[in-house]
Design a protein around this ligand. Structure first.
Ligand SMILES: [Fe+2]
Length: 373
């Protein structure tokens, strides 16, 4: 059994200037980013790189149309050897697809050629939220507009050569984005720890990430939201650890159940995960309280200074200080959606459900949604 996949080399720099110099950024580089990130951090460095601002191609989740338009424009600005992705999940997902594509390529052809895609460009990924962990994985989730569905493009060739952590880039992250993305990282850490595909190596990263994130939240609750500024490096590292863990062990039922809520009611990824997180954990507790869950609960009990039987109530209390949890109905979800959501999870999310702590059925999923309604 494969124990740990860690493809990108991992780098950390205090500043963007140090990164630009160490990576010798220049005219053979195409930087895919957002203006609000590039201007304050890179403009004054006077780099000769080509720059594409992702927001010029639409907001929201990445799509085939968006990637094809960016590829076309990238082809017109001149040859580029390396792609430098600086941004959140959308920028990173687009860049992964661009690493295996050439200008003029149609995304449908890439999906058809999966998983035997070839790397066309070197890829450097710099995450600017503390959540996705996507810099460590080889999957890009995109909306296939011509098919009307979201699908993962996956290939060995889509791993970045380098993942670079620069806490300076997170300084402007609004508290809400910080909260939702770091809760996503916590869910990655918990789900990968409980996955049947977890190994002693992935658990090292999962449990360390859980500890760093919970202790970070406790410090923020104690000292106020602005105190997060001194913890950005810790959260960025924890998110990367969680990315390493789920890159091998996978995410499970929480992510699977969050997708319909995110897709239909446009709830941000981290927030939609949080909306279902403790509901899934409580269902696990009722059905499989031993084994790895018992270990996780004792780790949480120690961190939260409470009994093992009340860890999810205490955890929810702590998380509510960071991101107040809403009931599903507060997002506009209708009672009749719950059954449809459950069917959609069973039909479309088997990739994630195979990493569930316990086998789940449509009935169980629907009952968890009801408990959260
Ligand atoms: Fe996630």
């Amino acid at each position: 059994m494969e124990q740990l996949i860690m493809q990108p080399r991992i780098y950390a720099f205090d500043t963007c200037r140090e990164f630009a110099s160490a990576f010798d950024l220049g005219r053979e580089d195409l930087v895919l980013t957002n203006r609000f990130l590039y201007e304050p951090h890179f403009s004054q460095l006077g780099l000769e790189v080509h720059t594409i601002y992702q927001e010029a191609y639409g907001t929201g989740e990445p799509s085939d149309v968006m990637v094809e338009s960016i590829l076309k424009d990238a082809g017109e600005i001149g040859p580029y050897r390396r792609i430098i992705a600086i941004g959140g999940g959308t920028v990173i997902d687009i860049a992964k697809a661009m690493a295996v594509a050439e200008p003029g390529d149609c995304l449908d052809d890439l999906y058809d050629a999966m998983p035997n895609l070839e790397r066309r460009h070197e890829l450097v990924i710099i995450p600017t939220t503390c959540g996705t962990g996507s810099e460590m994985t080889n999957i890009s989730v995109m909306n296939r507009t011509r098919m009307g569905t979201k699908m993962g493009l996956v290939s060995e060739a889509m791993y970045a050569g380098s993942a670079v952590l620069i806490p300076e880039l997170l300084q402007g992250l609004p508290f809400g984005v910080f909260a939702a993305s770091s809760i996503d990282a916590l869910v990655h850490a918990v789900e990968s720890a409980l996955s049947p595909h977890a190994t002693p190596y992935t658990r090292l990263f999962s449990y360390r990430a859980i500890e760093m994130i919970i202790q970070g939240y406790q410090a923020i609750v104690e000292a106020g939201p602005e105190s997060r500024q001194s913890l950005l490096g810790t959260f960025l590292t924890a998110s990367n650890y969680a990315g390493i863990a789920f890159g091998t062990a996978g995410c499970g039922t929480v992510h699977a159940m969050a997708y319909p809520l995110g897709g239909q009611y446009h709830v941000a990824h981290g927030e939609s995960n949080y909306a279902v997180f403790t509901g899934v954990m409580k269902a696990y507790m009722e059905r499989s309280p031993g084994g790895e869950l018992q270990h996780l609960n004792s780790v949480l009990a120690e961190l939260l200074q409470c009994g093992r039987d009340e860890v999810y109530e205490r955890l929810e209390e702590l998380l509510n200080h960071i991101l107040p949890k809403k009931r599903l109905r507060e997002y506009g979800v209708q009672p009749q959606d719950l059954g449809a959501f459950a069917r959609s999870v069973m039909e479309n999310q088997q990739r994630l459900l195979k990493n569930s702590l316990i086998p789940v059925s449509a009935e169980l999923i629907e009952s968890i949604y009801r408990s959260l309604y």
